[in-house]
Design a protein around this ligand. Structure first.
Ligand code: ATP
Ligand code: MG
Length: 399
């Protein structure tokens, strides 16, 4: 019998649309895949035509390699596959291997050729291997069903070898992190902003996190939540920076000068000013927030407009059209939800009026801010920022 090797076969889709930048995107995807599996035994990466192979020869944790690869942005799907020579006999051996011990009332073979000079067409391969399965399992136990098969056996024929697998798990899709530049995401301890940050990663952005806290006016729980969220999100970008920015003193001065209904908008404008001052030196080209239209008082179109008036770089809001249920579902899938719902005293619960204005005008907010020493306050936030870094997989202590 032909010797069987295993591997994780990675498909990508959107990357293949990016003609000019394709080598660059592929290089980034390969680098990210290598990083994602760097602590799970030997894995050799190979770029094949239209796919990437993670060669598992000598690797004892194939499922872990597959699961890690399934979370890399830019990946459309991953499959744990058997690799054999591109001969019909070798394909049969691999098919025999994958159906071993399985019961299935119906099946189909889905063959694909990555090069068209192979002597058999995919239809012919389907026929040959289908007949082989019927014979091996017995016609009384299984049948071919092209539309609703219980078991689909994928056969991908490449020049040097053929891959056979039965289950492909979906990846996140999108683009590889690092391919689209840097974004500074405003991360609260809430449900929305971690999802927003992840959405930016999925579009290929490297995210730098900015969290505002109110220590010593409030306990440090919001920072602990921000750390836990960044730790989780780092599983998608492998290395993260988190900037922890003190806002409490700034809020205290705002409270002394600004009428209650305007304060939330003023806090947000301060956050934007400080975040962009921190974003520029780290090379970020845009900010990102977890806002969605109308969700709370600060997120009316009027107030979003007031917030954007102080922005000197684009403020991206990937959740703008989503409702809370959709966002919550995504947070659960990402595993950030459990962290976000931990009770905490967010800086926005400090000095927040009961009835924030939903239609703050430009003149009102300007007039209120004229009573503040804005550049000193922004400087306080920027100078008070503390940087923490996170790695995934965690770096061994003696590395
Ligand atoms: P979230 O669930 O992300 O907290 P939210 O629905 O509570 O959002 P707001 O409190 O109005 O909405 O916050 C809107 C956005 O402002 C957040 O999504 C986040 O991007 C940013 N933001 C709010 N508070 C903070 C904070 N303490 N630190 C950093 N960014 C913040
Ligand atoms: Mg919040």
């Amino acid at each position: 019998m032909a010797r069987l090797h295993s591997g994780v076969l990675v498909h990508y889709h959107e990357i293949s649309l990016k003609r000019g930048n394709r080598p660059l995107f592929l290089r980034q995807l390969t680098r990210n895949l290598a990083r994602a599996v760097s602590d799970v035994g030997p894995v050799q990466l190979r770029q094949l035509s239209g796919r990437i192979l993670l060669d598992l020869d000598g690797n004892e944790r194939p499922e872990t390699v597959r699961d890690r690869a399934a979370r890399v942005c830019g990946v459309a799907s991953v499959a744990l596959a058997w690799r054999v020579e591109s001969t019909l006999d070798a394909m049969k051996a691999a098919v025999a291997h994958v159906i071993e011990g399985r019961r299935f009332a119906s099946f189909r073979i889905s063959a694909r050729r990555a090069f068209k000079t192979y002597p058999m067409t995919s239809v012919e391969i389907n026929r040959e291997l289908g007949a082989f399965v019927l014979e091996r399992v017995g016609r009384e136990y299984t049948r071919v069903d092209l539309h609703d098969a219980e078991l689909e056996i994928h056969v991908e024929v490449l020049p040097a070898e053929t891959f056979v697998y039965v289950h492909a798990a979906p990846g996140p899709g999108g683009l590889p992190v690092g391919a689209s530049g840097v974004v500074a995401a405003l991360l609260s301890g809430g449900i929305d902003s971690p999802v927003a940050a992840w959405r930016m990663m999925k579009r290929g952005c490297r995210v730098v996190f900015v969290h505002f806290h109110s220590v010593p006016y409030l306990p440090a729980t919001s920072q602990a939540k921000a750390r836990a969220l960044v730790e989780r999100l780092t599983e998608w970008q492998y290395r993260s920076d988190l900037l922890l920015v003190p806002l409490g003193e700034i809020q205290r001065e705002v409270v002394l000068a600004v009428p209650p209904p305007l304060r939330v908008v003023v806090y947000r404008r301060m956050m934007i000013r400080i975040a962009q001052a921190l974003a520029r030196p780290v090379g970020a080209l845009a900010l990102a927030t977890g806002e969605s239209v109308g969700q709370v008082a600060s997120q009316t179109l009027h107030n979003i407009a007031r917030i954007d008036e102080v922005a000197e770089m684009p403020v991206l809001r990937p959740l703008i059209g989503m409702d809370k249920l959709e966002i919550t579902g995504e947070a659960q899938r990402l595993g950030t939800f459990e962290i976000s719902i931990e009770p905490d005293a967010d800086c926005c619960t400090l000095f927040v009026p009961r009835h924030p204005a939903t239609r703050v005008s430009t003149d009102e907010v300007r007039e209120a801010e004229a009573r503040l020493d804005l550049s000193r306050l922004v400087g306080m936030g920027v100078d008070g920022a503390r940087l923490e870094s996170f790695e995934f997989p965690p770096v061994p202590v003696n590395a």
